[in-house]
Every structure is written in structure tokens, then in C-alpha cells.
Design a protein around this ligand. Structure first.
Ligand code: WT7
Length: 621
């Protein structure tokens, strides 16, 4: 592994010195990329919420920390100052303690985007408990898998969550998840929709009832630098979701600084990251990044198109937003409604636009720049991952010349490189290859919770001595990086990572399915969709019914976000003689790029391909 240069060491230690510590570190960094035992700031003690809240109180007690915009535009928005957020977090932290949550205990959040969500997450960090957030779009079964894996002691949820014209009955879903188990001791319900729910005596409590009279003072509990801060699940190319574990100090140090570097936030700016706290973006740039810097962060409960496609632009004008950080899929969805809508809004306060989650196509980039940014706001196309904790490659707003489709240059302290198929580092500047990171950085995830071997296998074994991202990239003469998409069996649907193996496993649960293969389908709004080839047990059934049931099965096992867009019932799948499905061939079929399928003569069943192509033609027409 490449060791840090002395400049890198100086950079990270000087940066770390800008934070508040209970005790400074003895060792800046240790470990290597072979054992994947990286540790930062060992010997140090700190609390991230002291850095997010307490240290701002002197100057920013009255400053807005959080602006909340509800789903329904008729419902008034609200805000919390730094002073108020601090008290709310302390109070919630005391409530957690009173329910037996201590340092190191895991608390699961399954919520809609409300202030209590952010307050609760910070309350965990306040007492050294570990948060694990499960996005509300995951099914009760998915939730159960994550609870079992993380050994969470408590769930915090809502009666229901509003998103657009939908009301997700989160508490009912929790009940379904916990049915017949005693996995969880306490379910804490924050009221949002006031719908009728069942409350199980001795397990379920209303937040509103418990919080009354709780003490507003709670000193930040010092934790060790490498103590866990949170576990966040994400899909991989194989097997069940991986619980990536992030630790306290390193995460804080890079996330705080990257927020400033990328967005160039100024004291009175209003920062809006549209990501749900269920994803890493919502952790790092809706919550921790802005708060670490004493910024005003905006939290929106709803979706871009509710009640109509003006909503984003209205929110920007209403709250005088200066920074909008969103996903290409949202941009493309809004673009579909035409230019007139954003063109009828001045949005004069906007200064910086951000993009995250997937490669942004040039057309969407230009549209975003012109119709939202009015050609005066730089676009920061930020590349990073759940595993990297914070942004890695991105323009620094106003400082880096942007180029559509390019995430441009690495942030300070970050050293990316490209490796060829043989695992050799490419030294030519202009090249394409597999994107790796050469040296450790503080906010790298430390392990896959409960499975360190898998952590090593997934990220550190393909190219020994390097962190492998799973992404392909091109580098140009100016050193700019352009991300070209995943090189593994991971599909990026609307900026959400979905492992094909996981979806296939779910599809195969249907009793009439023999086997399935899922590949990415180019999709005009979502970037990629899911295309499933399915071998059915009998061909006497009506395919339409079977397709419907397959979608329902996936919905139940994973959740609505993993439902296949298209299902093709097939007689067989192209396989090698050793029985491996040839996904490369399937991808070509889905992309209608059949001329480039390549040599199939070594396949076990090459004749199946022509049949699949013909059947797809019938489906398409
Ligand atoms: C994967 C990580 C990073 C937070 C949101 C998603 C893709 C992310 C970009 C970008 C091209 C991107 C990569 C990456 N990705 N940002 N700016 N340009 N691709 O986090 O779920 O961990 O997914 O998203 O493929 O590996 P995630």
C-alpha cells in the first residue's frame, strides 16, 4: 500500500486540529489496505455533536440550523435555531438513555424526513450510541434483515410518513417486521400523520408521551476516535446487503471539510441537500456536513413533483436557498416537464448547484445549468460512495473550472488512480480504467459490520494494496476524471444502488420461478432500470399474471425501489459450459446492441440467444 506523503499527513493533522477534541490523538493513521485495518486519530476522544452543535452556540445560538419544509405546501414550514436544535438533541438523548440505550448500543431509524429524524440520529451520536438508518422505501422483510444483522435494540419510527400523495404506514410495517420475534425491546413512535396504529404494550411508546418533562441537559459523551458512529446498509454485487461501519473521528474530519471545499459555503447561505437521511448523502450532507460548519440545512419531506413540478423551484424561492444538491434522476424528471416551469422562477439566491449519485449526462447537466442555475451557478458533480463517507472527486465551486459530465479533480488529501485489467496502475494521464484510491483517507468505512473478511474481499482483494471502488473512469489530459459507471453487477437506479444478485434472489422466491438474471436497462429518467429475464416453471400460465406476482414478490422482499421495470419470460439463459450466466450477452440484448454480442460459440446453449432477441422484439413492439 502507498503510505501517506508528508504533505498528506500535515494536511490531515492540521485539518483535524480545527475540530474540538476531548483528547487529541497519539497516532494520525495506522494499518494498511491488505488487512484493511485502517485507523485514524487513535488515542483521541471526541463527540461529533459537540462539533455540530455546542461549539456553535456562542456565535450562532440564534442562527437557523434546520429549516423544515413539509410535504404539503399548505402546511407551514418550521425551523430550529442552533440553540433549539442543541436542546432538542440533548432531550432526545436523555430519552434514549431512559429507555436503556447506552454507548455502543445500536438504534434503528425507519422514518420519514422530519426534524425528529435528524434530532434522533444526532441524539444517538450524543451518547455514543450507533445509528443505523433504514430508508422508508424498504420493506418490512428488508428491515428485519437489517435489524438482525445490526442487533439494534430500539426502533424509532412514525405512525406514517408523507411523501407526495402517498402515506407510508411505517408503524404497521414495523409491526409486520417484528411479528413473532422479540428482536426489539422498544419501538418509539413519533407522531406525524396521526393515523390509527396498534401499540403493543410494554414495547411501543409514543415519543410525545415520553419526551414530556425530560431534562434538557445532556453533556456530549466522549467516544474513542475509532468507536462506531453509524452502520449504513448498501447493496453489493453478491449476497445480502452490507452494513458499512463508519467511525467517529475520521468521518467527522473529512465530511466537515469536504462540505466546505466543495460547496464553498458562506455564513448566511442556505444549503439544501434533497437526499433522504436513509442514504449516505443524507447522513453526510443533509446532516453532519452542514452542521459541522454551523450552516443552515434544509430538510424537505416530499418529492420533487408534488403537488406539481414547480415544487423545487418554489422551495428555493421560499427559503432563499443558495445551494441545491440533488440527483441527476430528479433533474431529468423535472426536465421532462419543460423549460417554462423553472424559467418562470428567478431563483436569484442560488449560487451553487450540486449533483450526486450517478453519472450526469451532458444534456441534463446543460439543462440544470441553464434553466435552474441561469448560467451563473457552477455545477459540482460530486463522486463518492457510501463506503467513502464523504465526497472524493468533485469540483470546488467557483474554484475549479467545470466540464459537463466530469467530476473533475480529487479533493485535497485524496489520491485516486486508474488500474488496468491486469491490476497495473496506469501512469499515462489520458486513460480509462478501474477507479481505485491509493492512500487511506479518514472517512473510509472501517468494515462490513460482522464480516470483515467480506470487507477485504469486496474492496481490497481485486487490486491488492488499493481500495477498489467498483467504478470505471476516464482521465483526460487536464487530469479530470469522468465516471463511466459500475464495472460490477451493481445497478444504479435513480441514484440508488441495487445489487443484481439481491433482486434475483428475491425473484427466485416466487414458486413458479426456476431461475432469473437481472441486468441494467438504460432508462431516460432513472439512469438505469432493472430488466429481469425469468425462466418460469410452467409455460401454461398467463405471463402477465406471473410478471405481476414477481413484482409483488420483489416488493415484499426488498421494497418498491427494487421492482423490475421489465420482465421477459424466457426458456433459458445463455450460460457458459461451467454454468455461469453470461451477463455480458444479456446486457447487449437489453441495450438492443446485438451486433456486438461477440463470440458465443463457447456457450453451452448459443441457440437461446436468437430466441431471446426475437422474443424481446415482440415485447418491445
Ligand atoms: C455509487 C455509490 C455518493 C452518494 C450517493 C450514492 C455512483 C455516485 C456519482 C457521480 C458518477 C456516481 C457510483 C458509485 N456515483 N456519485 N457524481 N458520478 N457516478 O451512494 O449508493 O454508495 O453509490 O454511485 O457508481 O460507486 P452509493
Amino acid at each position: 500500500m502507498n503510505k501517506l506523503t508528508s504533505e498528506q499527513s500535515t494536511y490531515w493533522s492540521e485539518l483535524a486540529n480545527t475540530y474540538v477534541w476531548k483528547k487529541k490523538w497519539d497516532t494520525l493513521v495506522s494499518g494498511d489496505f491488505y488487512k484493511a485495518d485502517i485507523k485514524w486519530f487513535e488515542g483521541a476522544e471526541l463527540n461529533i455533536t459537540e462539533n455540530c452543535l455546542d461549539r456553535h452556540l456562542e456565535k450562532r445560538r440564534q442562527k437557523k440550523a434546520l429549516i423544515f419544509e413539509p410535504n404539503d405546501p399548505k402546511e407551514p414550514s418550521s425551523f430550529l435555531t442552533y440553540g433549539e436544535l442543541h436542546l432538542s438533541v440533548c432531550r432526545f438523548a436523555n430519552l434514549l438513555k431512559s429507555r436503556g440505550i447506552n454507548k455502543g448500543d445500536v438504534v434503528c431509524f425507519y422514518m420519514g424526513m422530519t426534524p425528529e429524524f435528524m434530532i434522533g440520529v444526532l441524539a444517538c451520536a450524543r451518547i455514543g450510541a450507533v445509528h443505523t438508518v433504514v430508508f422508508g422505501g424498504f420493506s418490512p422483510l428488508s428491515l428485519r434483515g437489517r435489524l438482525e444483522d445490526s442487533k439494534a435494540k430500539m426502533i424509532v419510527t412514525h405512525d406514517g410518513a408523507y411523501r407526495g400523495d402517498k402515506n407510508t404506514p411505517l408503524k404497521d410495517m414495523v409491526d409486520e417486521c417484528l411479528e413473532g420475534t422479540d428482536l426489539i425491546k422498544t419501538v418509539l413512535v413519533v407522531k406525524r400523520t396521526n393515523q390509527e396504529i396498534k401499540m403493543k404494550e410494554g414495547r411501543d411508546y409514543y415519543y410525545e408521551a415520553l419526551i414530556k418533562g425530560v431534562d434538557l441537559h445532556c453533556a456530549p459523551v466522549p467516544v474513542k476516535a475509532e468507536d462506531p458512529l453509524f452502520i449504513l446498509y448498501t447493496s453489493g454485487s453478491t449476497g445480502k446487503p452490507k452494513g458499512l461501519l463508519h467511525t467517529a473521528a475520521g468521518y467527522m474530519v473529512h465530511v466537515g471539510k469536504s462540505f466546505m471545499d466543495v460547496f464553498q459555503y458562506k455564513e448566511n447561505d442556505i444549503f439544501w441537500c434533497t437526499a433522504d437521511i436513509g442514504w449516505i448523502t443524507g447522513h453526510s450532507y443533509t446532516t453532519y456536513g452542514p452542521l459541522l460548519n454551523g450552516a443552515t440545512t434544509v430538510m424537505y419531506e416530499g418529492i420533487p413533483t408534488y403537488p406539481n413540478a414547480s415544487r423545487f423551484w418554489e422551495i428555493i424561492e421560499k427559503h432563499k436557498i443558495t445551494h441545491l444538491y440533488t440527483a441527476p434522476t430528479a433533474i431529468r424528471a423535472l426536465e421532462k416537464f419543460g423549460n417554462e416551469i423553472p424559467d418562470s422562477f428567478q431563483m436569484t439566491t442560488l449560487k451553487v448547484l450540486g449533483s450526486v449519485g450517478e453519472p450526469i449526462n451532458e444534456e441534463a447537466w446543460q439543462w440544470y445549468s441553464k434553466h435552474v442555475g441561469k448560467d451563473r451557478c457552477p455545477i459540482v458533480d460530486t463522486w463518492w460512495q457510501t463506503e467513502t463517507g464523504g465526497i472524493m472527486i468533485s469540483p470546488q465551486a467557483g474554484l475549479t473550472k467545470t466540464k459537463p459530465g466530469y467530476a473533475t479533480l480529487p479533493l485535497p488529501g485524496i489520491v485516486p488512480c486508474l488500474l488496468d485489467e491486469k491490476g497495473k496502475e496506469i501512469t499515462d494521464m489520458v486513460a480509462g480504467g478501474n477507479l481505485c484510491i491509493k492512500t487511506p483517507w479518514p472517512s473510509l468505512a472501517r468494515t462490513i459490520y460482522g464480516d470483515h473478511e467480506r470487507f477485504i474481499q469486496t474492496y481490497f482483494s481485486t487490486y491488492p494494496g488499493y481500495y477498489f471502488t467498483g467504478d470505471g473512469a476516464r482521465r483526460e489530459a487536464d487530469g479530470y476524471y469522468r465516471l463511466t459507471g459500475r464495472v460490477d453487477d451493481v445497478i444504479n437506479v435513480s441514484g440508488h444502488r441495487i445489487g443484481t444478485a439481491e433482486v434475483e434472489e428475491a425473484i427466485n422466491q416466487h414458486p413458479d420461478v426456476v431461475e432469473s438474471a437481472v441486468v441494467g436497462l438504460p432508462h431516460p429518467v432513472k439512469g438505469q432500470g432493472l430488466y429481469a429475464f425469468v425462466i418460469a416453471r410452467t409455460n401454461t400460465r398467463n405471463n402477465n399474471d406471473l410478471e405481476k406476482e414477481i413484482r409483488e414478490t420483489v416488493n415484499k422482499i426488498i421494497g418498491p425501489i427494487a421492482k423490475p421495470d421489465l420482465i421477459q419470460i424466457v426458456e433459458g439463459l445463455p450460460k457458459t459450459r461451467s454454468g455461469k450466466i453470461m451477463r455480458r450477452v444479456l446486457r447487449k440484448i437489453v441495450e438492443n446492441d446485438v451486433e456486438n454480442i461477440g463470440d458465443t460459440s463457447t456457450l453451452l446453449n448459443p441457440e437461446i440467444i436468437e430466441k431471446m432477441i426475437q422474443e424481446k422484439k415482440t415485447l418491445d413492439s
